[in-house]
Design a protein around this ligand. Structure first.
Ligand code: ASP
Length: 449
């Protein structure tokens, strides 16, 4: 059994929905279909979810919402008419969209989420109808009925572990089940969404819940590229990567899949594949628990900017008990998250994302480190990037670091810091942001060309 999730761009128009139908028809194991709201048809278009946000804002402000309602209904109408699905489904969707503007505004913590969820919810109804009229017996199922019960955290829901037992019962249905992504219901029956892009999370939860053999995530690219296509011309897509590798790449800016979507499938030991709705014969990228081969040391190269490094040194730092704890305490007191902490004998750097700092916090850190910890030197370096070379198999191969550093030095790229965790899933270099693209290109050439 497979759980098949389609993203917004795969569901943006009638043409896209016909591709989706063909994909479902091509494999009878695709029994659970999780859908996003209709996405953009062109780069300038608006996603239905974003249109719902505008509708919500106008409703809350007491403005006229007719134009917002019409725009959203028109998006569904265009699809329904082109697919000749009949007026009953359109009337149902139009009513659901209009009814949003009858919900109580005051003391309603879940109003925003209820508006947003309507994009997925109505699309699931439309798609179930489309399948049924085209020889795929299908039914729409609401997350409440399916058993997707979530915490009461508007805009940031988390699945409650008890959901998984109920979800398993979905295996008993004979029809293809079309499940709206992105939201669940709380124990008090309120609609509560995951964070933006959260339909991926629903797919992963359903896959774990029904103990699927595979979670297929259909998007508009041929899987996950080995490097950012904005930096490398036509990078190849990675045939297979592990969950750990995916986490590392996602951390450094790869954003094909929602960060939180990996966890349920990983824990449920369900392999995941990212595929392209517009090119379904392409094998895509498979995300697995363990690699099937041991030969490829590096699978991807990522770069991300907006990092800052707090560098300090103090003679005989290594002999001072509690030095590191005190440094981190200063950060904790200022509510600052840090990312990496490369050290030398007498020096320590804390690498963090620049959004964590304000000029006032920076000054406070300098003052406290100087006064309380009596450091000999402190500076804060801005405009840094991290470059990650990712591959679980590098731990069993010699020479990955030397290939990387040679490529970087041949291109005159100065390394500010190097860090490698003991699990050896990745090597991280900190460099000046102005060299980021050059570094990614140099490493891509060195490892893949
Ligand atoms: N429609 C929602 C969003 O745009 C969720 C999703 O597409 O995954 O964020």
């Amino acid at each position: 059994m497979k759980v098949t999730k389609f993203g917004g761009s795969s569901l943006a128009s009638a043409t896209q929905l016909c591709k989706v139908l063909d994909i479902i028809k091509a494999d009878y194991e695709r029994r659970f279909v999780v859908v996003s709201a209709p996405g953009k048809r062109t780069a300038e278009d608006t996603k239905v979810t974003d249109a719902l946000i505008k509708y919500y804002q106008n409703y809350k402000a007491g403005n006229d919402v007719t134009a917002d309602q019409e725009w959203i209904i028109e998006r569904y109408r265009a699809i329904i008419e082109e697919l000749s699905l009949g007026s009953a489904i359109l009337d149902k969707i139009a009513k659901a969209i209009k009814d949003l503007a009858t919900l109580p505004i005051d003391n309603n913590r879940f109003l925003y989420d209820t508006f947003l969820a309507a994009g997925e919810d109505n699309n699931a109804k439309l798609i179930a109808e489309f399948f049924s009229q085209n020889d795929v017996p299908a039914q729409y199922i609401h997350p409440k009925e399916a058993g997707i019960i979530v915490s009461s955290e508007p805009g940031n829901a988390r699945i409650l572990p008890s959901s998984y037992d109920k979800l398993e019962n979905l295996r008993e249905y004979n029809d293809v089940l079309v499940i709206p992504g992105f939201f669940g219901v709380t124990v008090d029956d309120e609609i509560c969404t995951f964070s933006r892009g959260g339909s991926d999370i629903t797919g992963s939860i359903v896959a774990a819940g029904v103990k699927a053999d595979l979670y297929e995530n259909f998007t508009d690219v041929n899987g996950i590229f080995a490097a950012h296509p904005g930096v490398i011309d036509n990078p190849h897509s990675i045939p297979e990567l592990t969950y750990k590798e995916m986490r590392e790449l996602a951390y450094a800016g790869f954003s094909v899949l929602h960060d939180e979507a990996l966890i349920p499938a990983y824990r449920g030991k369900v392999p995941l594949v990212i595929k392209n709705t517009n090119n379904p014969d392409h094998p895509g990228t498979k995300i697995v628990i363990e690699h099937t081969g041991k030969d490829i040391p590096v699978i991807g190269i990522a770069g991300d900017d907006h990092f800052v490094s707090i560098n300090m040194s103090k003679y005989l730092m290594n002999r001072e008990v509690g030095f590191g704890r005190k440094v981190l305490q200063i950060l904790e007191d200022l509510n600052i998250r840090f990312e990496h902490m490369p050290t030398g004998i007498d020096d320590m750097s804390i690498v963090l994302r620049d959004r964590e700092l304000t000029p006032i916090k920076e000054q406070e850190i300098i003052t406290q480190l100087t006064r309380k910890l009596e450091v000999d030197h402190i500076d804060i370096q801005h405009d840094l990037s991290i470059i990650m070379i990712v591959g679980e198999n590098m731990k069993s191969q010699v020479g990955v670091m030397s290939t990387a550093t040679k490529a970087l030095s041949d291109n005159h790229i100065n390394l500010t810091m190097i860090s490698q965790g003991s699990s050896e899933v990745s090597i991280m270099f900190v460099i000046n942001s102005e060299d980021e693209k050059k570094a990614v290109r140099a490493l891509y050439d060195a490892f893949f060309k």
